[in-house]
Design a protein around this ligand. Structure first.
Ligand code: SF4
Length: 290
């Protein structure tokens, strides 16, 4: 589904303008991710009263304060649990979880994998900034090997999670990865994820310039963003030709400068049909809602 570029400005109606200015650091890519999501919602003509956005704790989770939907800012890592309860009670709503890599994959890893396993109709957008940002730049489960953080000053010796592989194995029925360098393909991914029936997981690379970038001397936010383009030729070429989706680039993603882990794949990586939980529950109860 091509991105609807007429919606480029219409998404502003989804913002709580009175909450500006936002708290994100200069050069942070999180606004690019939110913009892609809001444009995808605007492209589908979504009524803001029919959207519930649920977040945990962290820089990305703070974004729910800036959007004019029904919003829940919950406890660390627990957004999928709150969202599951909300979706069960109000299955007609589009329920969207915003989470970070520390929030979603470490503290909340248990809740995330079980939401995927249940195939409940949520869209989960995971902002992968490769570090704990809000709390001061500590090691996250996505921090690439040998990179420095506040808690690994001599370099990280642990391997990193591949969130998309993890969520695919857990049972998510739509799994995709985008990057802040490519907001138009990201908007396409968001639109397809919103249209998916079941648990949709979208990871977005949006590396933190303030901590991850500074500790590893990766330059300014703009320089880090441009460095995402130093991907293998096959991916860079698809980006240039805007044929990013839905091709699976297994094994691609090794970037110069160590910013993007080798082996990361981009685009829509997995899609399958499986009964969505709230529909299955309704069918099992004979269509009654109590
Ligand atoms: S700490 Fe990092 S992730 Fe958080 S707002 Fe600042 S740049 Fe963005």
């Amino acid at each position: 589904m091509p991105a609807d570029h007429r919606t480029a400005s219409e998404y502003r109606r989804y913002l709580r303008q009175e909450m500006m200015p936002h708290i994100l650091c200069p050069g942070c890519g999180h606004g690019i991710v939110l913009g892609a999501l809001l444009r995808a919602l605007a492209g589908r003509g979504v009524d803001p009263d029919q959207v519930a956005m649920v977040a945990g704790i962290g820089c990305s989770s703070r974004l729910v304060g800036y959007v004019d939907f029904c919003t829940l800012h919950t406890t660390h890592g627990r957004a999928p649990a709150f969202a599951t309860g909300l979706k069960l009670a109000r299955p007609e709503l589009a329920v969207i979880v915003l989470t970070g890599d520390g929030d979603g994959l470490a503290i909340g890893g248990n809740h995330l994998i079980h939401a995927a396993r249940r195939n409940i109709g949520l869209l989960c957008v995971l902002f992968n900034n490769q570090v704990y940002g809000m709390t001061g730049g500590q090691l996250a489960p996505t921090t690439p090997s040998f990179q420095r953080t506040a808690t690994t000053p001599y370099g990280n010796l642990e391997p990193a999670f591949d969130a998309c592989r993890l969520l695919t194995a857990a049972g998510a029925t739509f799994v995709a990865r985008g990057m802040t360098l490519a907001p138009v393909p990201l908007q396409d991914i968001m639109a397809q994820a919103l249209a998916h029936k079941g648990f949709a997981f979208v990871e977005v690379l949006t590396e933190c310039p303030e901590y991850y970038g500074r500790y590893n001397r990766l330059g300014t936010g703009a320089e880090m963003l441009l460095a995402q383009g130093r991907l293998p030729e096959a991916v860079a070429d698809r980006l240039a030709r805007k044929t990013f989706l839905p091709v699976r680039e297994e094994g691609a993603g090794a970037a110069a400068g160590g910013q993007v882990r080798p082996g990361l794949a981009f685009g829509i990586l997995h899609r399958e049909e499986r009964p969505e939980l709230t529909e299955a529950l309704r069918a099992a109860s004979g269509g009654a809602r109590g």
